[in-house]
Design a protein around this ligand. Structure first.
Ligand code: HEC
Length: 484
């Protein structure tokens, strides 16, 4: 047996190294841990585990956030960072000579004030920032973050604050340069014929178009999915960890089922019997009986599951494992995980759809790639670079196209599903995430999170024919009848 000494020495050395600078109080320690948990769950996929970012796509936190914190013009760096968390950031920036022209989603409404304070405290006391913050760092409090909330600002407004902060001209916003469109828009009734259900996350509502009803009672409305007959709408609550079931005839919330800390992807089985909902932090898929509206089981599936799709015959569910670079295959009869399929080339598979013949899975990752996987051979046929950040993916009925969003960019990428080539990046506004086509495949709808509208793309012309405001903040996902 190996003597235990070497291990004891290493941990002693590690403990000593950690405590050389300043003695850390227990309260600071737990705050640091809470912040690191939020960072790893919500920020690391883009800004990376060590805060190093991805050059050109996601700016670093490492050595950089302290520089922003120290800036003194305008509202000052400390309040600026609170604004970035609450309202996001949209516009062209330069960090260490590298340009970014992205969109950071708003976290107000999605994270609690405590979580936003914790994560800022973490970032500013890690990744080299701890050595660069000017003066003695006073941790953010939830009250301080709360005082920044409720101002109806967008990521573009925060961009203007950033320009002032750095003493730069506020003119260069890319969005201001966008030419005014002259083409007349298609009417609302012509562009949205079936009801379109939009989960509006930061307003906690489901917005129904074209009728414009707003259904309340769904805090943190994140993902949603319809039952096959269209009578029930399942909605996940990002903020509450609940899954809600709504009656689509009235908008009434029929049930609210707690499934974990956070609730993400939801889908109702093709036979209408079960609703599956993903609890990423627990690594579970919750199974809800759609008749009794009760939680019947939690299936452990793996690290950071995100969303799912059913096989063509409904006997299996494929669950993306964002934390494992793989899919979990769930047997829908046994309600058990059967096995795992790796997704080479995609480290963080996020959203998923399936071709009508059930032979190909289309996968969208968290950082800006799409992959198409052949199920018979379980090989990745091809991967594509698309807009940056995460987004939805949809095999458009009729199968000519596959469309994907990009929350950190402003395009919906259209891929030809036969030739496996990118046909077009359609400019839809800042931060498109949810993407679903109408059941006849004529229109592709995208929920544009930062500009708060639904963009309608005509699949004949591949042009945007309408931008319909949702009257709420952060439209994240959408459900349409006939295209689950
Ligand atoms: C989906 C990807 C994504 C996620 C997730 C994300 N960010 Fe960002 N973040 C970005 C992008 C892109 C930018 C740059 C936006 C731009 O170019 O205008 C940014 C910018 C920032 C900035 C401003 C930097 C500056 O120079 O002004 C801060 C601070 C920040 N993020 C912190 C966070 C924190 C903390 C989290 C987790 C709660 C987080 N981000 C999650 C994509 C992301």
């Amino acid at each position: 047996m190996r003597p235990p000494i070497p291990h004891a020495i290493t941990s002693f050395v590690a403990a000593t190294l950690l405590s050389v600078s300043v003695p850390v109080s227990a309260a600071e320690n737990t705050r640091f841990e809470r912040g690191s948990e939020v960072y790893n769950q919500q920020c690391a996929a883009c800004h990376q585990a060590q805060g190093q970012g991805i050059p050109g796509s996601f700016p670093p936190q490492k050595n950089h956030t302290a520089q922003m914190y120290n800036a003194t013009d305008g509202i000052g760096g400390r309040r600026y960072l609170g604004h970035v968390l609450q309202y996001g950031l949209t516009g062209p920036i330069k960090v260490d000579g590298t340009s970014y022209n992205g969109n950071m989603p708003a976290w107000g409404g999605a994270l609690t004030n405590q979580q936003m304070a914790d994560v800022l405290n973490y970032v500013l006391t890690a990744f080299g920032n701890e050595k660069r913050v000017a003066g003695e760092f006073q941790p953010y409090t939830p009250e301080e973050i709360e005082a920044i909330a409720g101002k109806d600002l967008s990521g573009k407004d925060v961009y203007q604050l950033r320009q002032t902060l750095l003493g730069q001209s506020p003119e260069q916003s890319r969005t201001k340069a966008t030419p005014v469109r002259s083409a007349p828009e298609l009417s609302l009734e012509k562009s949205i014929r079936d009801p379109l259900y939009v989960a509006v996350q930061n307003s906690g509502i489901v917005k129904v178009l074209p009728s414009k009803q707003a259904w309340p009672g769904v805090a943190g409305a994140h993902y949603n999915a319809l039952s096959p007959d269209g009578s029930r709408l399942m909605v996940s609550g990002f903020k509450t960890g609940n899954v809600y079931v709504l009656n689509t005839a009235s908008g009434e919330v029929m049930a609210s089922v707690p499934i974990g800390e956070v609730a993400q992807g939801v889908k109702i089985s093709p036979d209408g019997r079960y609703g599956l909902a993903v609890a990423p932090t627990q690594g579970d898929v919750a199974v809800i009986d759609m008749n009794t509206l009760e939680l019947v089981r939690k299936i452990p599936v793996g690290k950071v599951p995100h969303n799912l799709v059913y096989s063509a015959d409904g006997t299996l569910a494929y669950v993306t494992l964002q934390g494992e670079g793989a899919l979990a295959v769930v047997d829908m009869r046994a309600l058990e995980k059967q096995r795992q399929i790796p997704t080479p080339g995609l480290k963080t598979p996020h959203n998923i759809d399936i071709s009508a013949n059930g032979q190909r899975l289309w996968l969208r990752d968290f950082t800006g790639n799409v992959g198409v996987l052949d199920l018979a051979s379980e090989t990745m046929l091809k991967t594509f670079k698309v807009g940056s950040g995460h987004g939805g993916i949809d095999v458009v009925p009729g199968e000519q196209y596959v469309a994907t969003g990009a929350i950190s960019a402003s395009v919906v990428t259209i891929i030809d599903s036969e030739s496996l080539k990118i046909v077009k990046n359609v400019d839809v506004g800042v931060g498109p995430h949810g993407v679903r086509a109408s059941r006849d495949g004529q229109f592709i709808y995208a929920s544009v999170t930062a500009d708060n509208h639904i963009a309608v793309i005509d699949t004949q012309s591949l042009e945007v024919v309408r931008r319909e405001p949702v009257g709420g903040q952060f439209p994240f996902w959408l459900a349409v009848p006939g295209n689950p």
